[in-house]
Design a protein around this ligand. Sequence first.
Ligand code: SAT
Ligand code: MN
Length: 600
Amino acid sequence: MSLVVKHKRLLAWVEDVARLTQPDRIVWCDGSRAEYERAIQTMVDEKLAVPLNPDKRPGSYLVRSDPSDVARTEKRTFIASQTPEEAGPTNNWAEPEALKKTMRGLFRGCMRGRTMYVVPFRMGPAGSSLALIGVQITDSPYVVANMHLMARVSSGVLEALGEDGEFIPCLHSVGKPLAPGEKDNGQWPCAPLEQRYIAHFPEERTIWSYGSGYGGNALLSKKCLALRIASVIARDEGWLAEHMLILSVTTPQGAKRYMAAAFPSACGKTNLAMLTPALPGWKVELVGEDIAWVRFGADGRLYATNPETGFFGVAPGTSAKSNPNAMKTIEKNTIFTNVALTEDGDVWWEGIGYEAPAGRIIDWKGKEWDRTGTAAHPNARFTAPARQCPVIAPEWEDPDGVPISAILFGGRRPSTIPLVCQARDWNHGVFLGSIVGSEVTAATLDQKAGTVRRDPFAMLPFCGYHMGDYFRHWIDIAAQSSADKLPKIFMVNWFRKTKEGKWLWPGYGENGRVLKWIVERCDGQGKAVETPIGLMPTVEAIDRPPGVSEADLAELLSIDREGWKAEVESIKEHYARFGAKLPQELKAQLADLEARLATA
Ligand code: SAT
Ligand code: MN
């Protein structure tokens, strides 16, 4: 590499890691196209990636991971703050020195036979005051290629660091050293589950990840840096790092309004971010589909920035019906992981919108599919550049971010939660964020079906500190502005069912009708009535989609008083976890809700 690295701390860290992990060679990455192609070719040579048919999916590849390494592993994810109190009840805590000792033992010699890549990257557009620089050391060419798509990898980042700039060290290994002469030979490298650690050291702003090569465990820019570590930085610096999509809505009159929205997983966040509204004349464009960094501008408004450059989206269920814009985004230059391969060299998955084509299908495990089980893994992914999205907002890389008019919180709630409801004020909105949850559909080890799994702000797995302090931070941040400039906050629920189990709301493009009411509320229009749970649209205020009767809409907008009383009890249980760290303001919100339900 022509660039001479002058950053002593960075050089010393790279040397230390190389001494510990003993790679065969070190490659400093520059973010070039040639480098991307070399990383992919390395995988192809090792039979870890399959080039797809260029007539079907130009520039695209299929990768199959090990069946034990197919998703983020929350049980192996740690917040190693000085005290367990700082990590709080929702995180796995580990004592930092002990964890480092264990992990150093694992890292010792773990890159033997492999290349150690040093990947400098920036999160956030050039010139953004929130942009953060990270340097990821990894022995995975899969990570290198994916980071090229997801983050701004470039040698310019090293130049910007100069001799002593701040960066977040991200150390990663798949945890599978190679013996002399040994090759991966089609075997996705990773370590056994019990040896995996995804560790965050929030005080040092450092990430160490060992043993997994998949998704958020390995692409450390994403959940580890841009959410867990960034949430700690944001708390200290007075901004917000959130698990939110960012979109714009343009009205038929040409007014553009921006919204940020948080949903737990499997609630159609990517679909909403790329929505094609069914209402004529309305347009939605995407700024981000997973992470929002949010800060106040000089004008007192909140501005949101997408720190990433690509999508790491779930493939199964993505179709021309559920998300036509995602389908267009992944037509080319896409890395697919754990989907099925068709005989003509294209990809296929459950819910792609058409039957699996005739001929041999190779499933995600690399075996010929007998057409009984699923051909793609349920958490199979596509990695694609954001700029390929047909509805990407032209301003998506604006260094100032986009001014947010509304914040939405949602979940998958077959009962109780109405289609939409507006918070009375900021603190009430924070309350709505703190009680976000989705109904458990199939019973799991720790929860029975029909109960609500709470996922406050959809940040449960991603908050790098005590969730009670995080609630406090959300309440306190309002003091940086005034009530009239703060975004309005809404709770939405596309998933209401009748008692007989029939969907009450068609969802997808029809959700644009709810966005319309939200825009109207932000602009001081749109009819709403005071209810015990917040401000609700009247039945006439929502443009009714075809197939939804007036009675259905009335039910979608009704207050299920008994359901809400049960909800209050469930929120009390949820809140009990946070003990003395639960802000007084949220206790007051809950007491207020209970009182309103009793008297109204
Ligand atoms: O694997 S990721 O963490 O990037 C995606 C997810 O699980 O939400
Ligand atoms: Mn996510």
